[in-house]
Design a protein around this ligand. Structure first.
Ligand SMILES: Nc1ncnc2c1ncn2[C@@H]1O[C@H](COP(=O)(O)OP(=O)(O)OP(=O)(O)O)[C@@H](O)[C@H]1O
Length: 699
């Protein structure tokens, strides 16, 4: 039975059409469904490079470009363009089934044949000179690209020429350049799909492979096509990368599974699809999807709705870990009357440090708070003797036995001062005990954890206790490059054994290659962990998207920096970007207030997001970098990125007090800037007053 598949590009075209034209395209799909497509007059184009290309008339002006197979039943709607665009597209494109991984690919022959200038003796040798042609072919690079790839001699050229390749081939080149071997590269780009013989003439077989599903929707059921056409902007619902698909829709994991990947690689998308898979295949299962903040929880709820409607949104509970702890405590009749907020906790520690002059001033309030949170609460230590024996791995300063006694006295004083009012972490610890001793029933059968990098050990213990160990108990997604709070964990010590069930995503779907390049340079090749004692490199992290280079601009004084910020935001608005698609980010709250005042003072509609302010109004979004975690915007302006603010002195332990802490604090500040910059989809500008942050690249 003939069917009409849809290419991702055609879906993008469809999204831009007006309703009356969309209706006409829908009518074409309907004709295929009722087998009356023969009346559609699929016409040959005289100038087509690929003899299988046909056009179908949508109306006087619009044409569908369709791949009509020589044999087989699947036609592919490839683009929906104007009559003139169809005439330009036809002579420069051809369809090919990739001989290695079997995906159907569209080759832009003209771009493929454009060559960079040949390297001279003065320039470096070809960037891919250490990679043999055979290796390139073995990961699916089409011969047509070899002359071009051989001539690429700089990263700049790679940025301009790589987009000529189909996406899986671009990714393969990036992974090879990152030093991965052929098998690993193939695993990454195919999602581990079995690779049999490929018949390059068989379009039906190609379209049925998972490697094609990232670019083509073959609608086995009417409903899935109709749903896709109803929400054509949300491409993530339909066109998953083969790896995203294979990880999200794996029938079952025998225990906790982990997915890492740089910013914008679709980890949250994958988590949402996993939730759908569990909801669809486990009737009666109790599924929890957790994240870090209430804002992000709202985003997850609406994404569940977009993917699976009210049915999915109702099936999956979404909550922050704090709200989970609170809810369970209340359910057990132990809901605390009040909770000590972070800033009030800090005041108490300052009070304790001052009153006790803890360790004759050696232990300041931040040290005491961190020791309490990370070691004492982290290991659920309840008495001095356990503290004297506790491992303090990861804490820089060594403590003698008498130091520990001093710290313990300070902790006791802190407990007295707060008079039984728990912090959020203490609520988590309490609830975990209730779950562990059976006072509360285990509430969930599956828990999916987003933004895993910032969870505290006590929160991990709570999650561990809230779901019985077993298949599909925990599905964890996160990125340690984006860790902006002080929580490091080794999951295996907390009862979460990943054991080989780990995956890494490398394609950025959000950020352009230009923004990605700048953002990864901020991280300065430091080592980042995988939450389990190992390393999580960003090797092969790349973006197929292209855009303008980020703007980096220094100013002599804050007034002129803010004036220019207002001008830049104004230009984005003039170019058609909606106000709510613009975020203005800073390291400190004061800077955010200044920017909000400057923007509002110039008559621009502005909302300052902080604390309980939720949602996205129709205004420019001004917030701190911390508040932007997990969000995304078309345009990002990072301001106040001067050397005096990033890294923020108050957030970094001086090296003379604790060298290892100093290093970690610096890394966290780098990560914060990385998070801020990678929120941008299309455009990024960074500005400062005086000297730039030392994290910003100089060249
Ligand atoms: N397969 C896909 N096709 C199209 N768009 C996608 C796909 N996967 C992800 N995206 C889009 O890419 C963007 C980033 O995705 P997502 O938020 O899931 O990434 P992330 O890895 O969780 O990011 P971060 O860690 O930076 O918060 C989103 O706009 C999402 O809709």
């Amino acid at each position: 039975m003939p069917t009409l598949a849809v290419a991702k590009d055609a879906m993008r075209d469809y999204a831009k059409l007006t309703k009356p034209i969309r209706d006409k395209v829908d009518a074409i799909f309907a004709k295929f469904r009722t087998h009356t497509y023969a009346g559609l007059h699929l016409e040959k184009l005289s100038n087509a490079r690929d003899p299988r290309l046909r056009t179908v008339r949508v109306d006087d002006f619009w044409r569908g470009l369709v791949l009509a197979p020589e044999s087989g039943d699947t036609y592919v709607l490839t683009r929906i363009v104007t009559h003139d665009e169809a005439d330009r597209w036809a002579p420069r494109h051809e369809f090919k089934v990739n001989a290695t991984h079997g995906a159907l690919e569209i080759i832009d022959v003209v771009s493929a044949e454009q060559l960079p200038p040949a390297p001279t003796a003065a320039t470096s040798p070809g960037l891919l000179s250490s990679i043999a042609d055979g290796t390139l072919r073995a990961v699916g690079i089409d011969d047509i690209y070899l002359p071009m790839l051989r001539l690429i001699s700089s990263e700049e050229q790679l940025l301009s020429y790589l987009p000529a390749l189909p996406e899986l081939q671009q990714q393969a080149v990036s992974l090879l350049l990152a030093g991965l071997d052929v098998d690993t590269v193939l695993d990454q780009i195919t999602g581990g799909a079995p690779r049999g013989d490929v018949d390059v003439t068989d379009i039906d077989a190609a379209l049925s492979r998972p490697t094609s599903a990232s670019n083509f929707l073959v609608s086995a059921e009417d409903a899935s096509l109709r749903e896709a056409l109803e929400k054509p902007f949300d491409l993530w619902r339909t066109f998953l990368h083969p790896q995203q698909r294979s990880v999200a829709y794996r029938a079952s994991y025998s225990g906790p599974a982990r997915v890492t990947g740089g910013a914008g690689t679709g980890k949250t998308v994958l988590a949402i699809h996993r939730a759908k898979h569990l909801a669809d295949t486990r009737p009666g299962a109790a599924i929890l999807l957790t994240t870090f903040t209430t804002t992000l929880a709202e985003e997850l709820r609406s994404a569940l709705h977009v993917l699976g409607g009210a049915h999915l949104a109702d099936r999956v509970q979404v909550s922050t870990v704090d709200a989970l702890a609170h809810g369970l405590a209340r359910q057990a009749g132990q809901g605390p009357e009040g909770v000590l907020l972070d800033r009030d906790e800090m005041k108490l520690w300052a009070n304790v440090a001052q009153r006790r002059r803890a360790g004759q001033g050696r232990f300041g309030p931040e040290f005491l708070r961190d020791e309490w949170r990370q070691i004492i609460l982290g290991q659920d230590i309840t008495d001095l003797s356990a503290y004297l024996d506790a491992s303090r791995f990861g804490r820089g300063v060594r403590l003698t036995r008498s130091d520990r006694e001093v710290v313990w006295q300070a902790v006791e004083e802190f407990e007295r001062l707060k008079a039984g009012v728990p912090t959020m972490l203490q609520v988590a610890v309490r609830v975990t005990r209730l779950l562990e001793n059976g006072s509360i029933d285990t509430p969930y059968t599956h828990i999916i954890v987003d933004e895993a990098q910032d969870l505290h050990p006590a929160q991990w213990r709570l999650l561990r206790a809230a779901v019985p160990p077993g298949p599909d108990d925990l599905f964890i997604v996160g990125d340690s490059h984006q860790r902006i709070y002080d929580n490091r964990v080794t999951l295996s010590t907390l009862g979460v054994e990943i054991r080989g069930r780990s995956h890494r995503l490398t394609v950025s779907y959000r950020t352009t290659a230009e923004i990605l390049r700048l953002s990864t340079r901020l991280l300065d090749q430091q080592s980042y962990d995988n939450f389990d004692g190992g390393l999580d490199p960003l090797a092969g992290y790349y973006s197929p998207l292209r855009g303008p280079r980020p703007d980096l601009d220094g100013f002599p004084d804050r007034d002129s920096e803010l004036r220019e910020l207002v001008t830049a935001v104004g230009l984005w608005l003039e170019s058609g970007v909606q106000a709510r698609e613009i975020a203005v980010l800073s390291r400190t709250k004061r800077q955010a207030e200044e920017a909000a005042a400057a923007l509002a003072g110039s008559g621009l509609s502005t909302v300052r997001l902080k604390g309980a302010v939720r949602g996205r109004s129709e205004a420019i979004q001004v917030m701190t970098m911390h508040r932007a975690k997990g969000l995304e915007f078309r345009c990002i302006a990072v301001h106040g990125a001067g050397a005096d603010v990033i890294p923020l002195a108050a957030a970094v332990t001086p090296a003379r007090i604790d060298a290892s802490r100093h290093r970690q604090d610096q890394m966290r500040e780098r990560s914060l800037l990385f998070v801020a910059c990678t929120r941008a989809r299309d455009a990024l500008r960074i500005s400062w007053t005086g000297l730039p942050s030392p994290f910003l690249p100089t060249g």
